[in-house]
Design a binder for this molecule. Structure first.
Ligand code: G6Q
Length: 547
């Protein structure tokens, strides 16, 4: 399929963008806005209820035209179709990439290895919903007859970040009688702090692991089991009422001692970082209920359909992906700041970090040749307005170009006096200040002494997107996540990389397995690492008082 596609830097649109960048790189947003009084209304796009204002980007109509041409020359359309058809586009793991099937309505058909997966998806959703209702209504009793009050999700990476983010994002819609905690780190503190005030008889553990072999998760799961059994007098049969699993690995779930009737399944065609809307979202469903979970899936699906069918020039994820690529590959921007002006989205930047950086942090193409251009940028961010009193200084007056995505909602979930208007005034003011800055003449006209004036100048011309929606709801969250998923896909396609594997996490894991016995050994181990690692191991052993 990709046979006819030229290497990225040899594509005509890439060449044209390079030349175009030379012309436009010094042009100021002030100029662009002065030249076109309609720019702020024209360079906007609305899809599935999300409004994107991309006018404060360092682009002209020509830039957009060339970026869209680049998407076409990169075979984006074919690649989107291939994903939705269930082709094994994750070539290094020989897997289909079908998170979109997780939110496909009943009755549709997506075939993987000769089987329609849509009915399987809905069977698991129905099982999750039934379980969620029993817990939420207090019908599911713990071993000692008490209803479940606490739910602890144990998982890491894709089996943690999505659930945590979604729980925090949708807390407003959650059942407040239930307490939710998330344990991921191998650091014992994570588990200890999560359970310190809980009664095991009222606690449900969800062991979320696609493989059910992940070191951190299995270690925490066994620790949870020990803690639970210690609290309930060692009654092993009590485990069945307090431990459920979300996994693709039935064998390992059984081996751990979880009744496979209480296992919620998903499939190898769901990547970890794309799994929050699979059974990995069980904790989310327990928190917000099946109807709200369904609304979230519907939001995802609306954005999927938009991505699949809208022409590129009116396609929100395509445009967002292309704008990111413009700064990454032509302006040399190294990072993107994601700045939600919504307290409930406080974990959204962390979630996006995995989605974007694990997906597109790749150094070779699908064919295995080294890339000669930059791939995935660094994503980071914090909710506004807190960031304004911290790192925004560097975005406004530092020496680096940092494109920003601002995310805001018109209606507050917790209306309190003037708070929301003040919050929104801030997000708008930030995008304005970044784009237009404050000229030396203006600073001087305010009577600033000459010696101080340079410090108070804002050069401006700092680009941003503003994403505005009516209200943060489960449905809106689904749309927002799908928007970024498909924007990552758009970029990965143009870069010609595999956005769906993560071999880069393997080496450190393997080396840790080798070092664990060296740290634990009662004898002084014979070390064969480099001199730095050897010395650190010896010092650690001394400091911890090893024998
Ligand atoms: C995500 C990655 C990774 C994965 C974790 C947990 O895309 O694959 O973050 O989710 O390593 O894996 P398990 O779910 O198998 O425990």
């Amino acid at each position: 399929m990709t046979a006819a596609i030229a290497p990225l830097t040899a594509r005509p649109a890439w060449q044209a963008l390079k030349a175009h960048h030379q012309q436009i790189r010094e042009v100021h947003l002030q100029q662009l806005f002065a030249d076109d009084p309609q720019r702020g209304e024209r360079l906007t796009l609305e899809a599935a209820g999300l409004y994107l204002d991309y006018s404060k980007n360092r682009i002209t109509d020509e830039t957009v035209k060339l970026l869209l041409q680049l998407a076409r020359e990169s075979g984006l359309g074919e690649r989107i179709d291939a994903m939705f058809r269930g082709e094994k586009i994750n070539v290094t793991e020989k897997r289909a990439v079908l998170h979109v099937a997780l939110r496909t309505p009943q009755g549709a058909s997506i075939v993987v290895d000769g089987e329609n997966v849509v009915p399987q998806v809905h069977a698991v959703l129905a099982k999750m919903a039934e379980f969620a209702q029993r817990i939420r209504r207090g019908d599911w009793r713990g071993h000692t007859g008490k209803p479940i009050k606490n739910v602890i999700n144990i998982g890491i990476g894709g089996s943690d970040l999505g659930p945590v983010m979604a729980y925090e994002a949708l807390k407003h819609y959650s059942e407040r009688a239930l307490t939710f905690r998330f344990v991921s780190n191998i650091d014992g503190t994570d588990f200890a702090e999560a359970v310190r005030d809980l009664d095991p008889g009222e606690t449900l553990f969800i062991i979320s692991s696609k493989t059910f072999t992940t070191l951190e998760t299995m270690t925490n799961a066994h620790t949870a089991r020990d803690w639970f059994l210690a609290g309930l007098g060692g009654e092993v049969k009590a485990v069945a009422r307090h431990f459920v699993a979300v996994s693709t690995n039935t064998e390992k779930v059984r081996e751990f001692g979880i009744d496979t009737a209480n296992m919620f399944e998903f499939w190898d065609w769901v990547g970890g970082r794309y799994s929050l809307d699979s059974a990995i979202g069980l904790s989310t469903m327990l928190a917000i209920g099946p109807d709200n979970f369904q609304a979230m899936l519907s939001g995802f699906h609306q954005m999927d359909e938009h991505f699949r069918t809208a022409p590129f020039e009116a396609n929100l994820p395509v445009l967002l992906g292309l704008l990111g690529l413009w700064y990454n590959d032509f302006f040399g921007a190294q990072t993107v700041a994601v700045l939600p002006y919504e307290q409930y989205l406080k974990r959204f930047p962390a979630y996006l970090q995995q989605l974007t950086m694990e997906s597109n942090g790749k150094q070779v193409t699908l064919e295995g040749t080294a890339v000669d251009y930059q791939t995935g940028p660094i994503y980071w961010g914090e909710p506004g307005t807190n960031g304004q009193h911290s790192f925004y200084q560097l975005i406004h007056q530092g020496t680096r170009l940092i494109p920003c995505d601002f995310i805001a909602f018109a209606q507050p979930l917790n209306p309190l006096g003037r708070h929301h208007d003040m919050l929104l005034a801030n997000v708008l003011a930030q995008t304005e200040a970044l784009a237009f800055g404050k000229a030396p003449e203006q600073v001087q006209a305010e009577g600033t002494p000459d010696w101080l004036a340079p410090h108070r100048v804002f050069l401006g011309n700092r680009p941003s997107n503003t994403i505005l929606a009516a209200r943060l709801t489960p449905e809106t969250l689904g749309k927002l996540v799908a928007l970024y998923e498909h924007s990552v896909f758009t970029q990965g396609t143009i870069w010609g990389i595999n956005s769906f594997d993560q071999w880069g996490v393997e080496l450190g894991k393997a080396l840790a397995q080798r070092i664990i016995p060296e740290l634990e050994s009662r004898e002084e181990p014979r070390l064969a690492h480099d001199s730095s690692t050897n010395a650190l191991i010896r010092r650690y052993r001394r400091l911890k008082g090893a024998p």
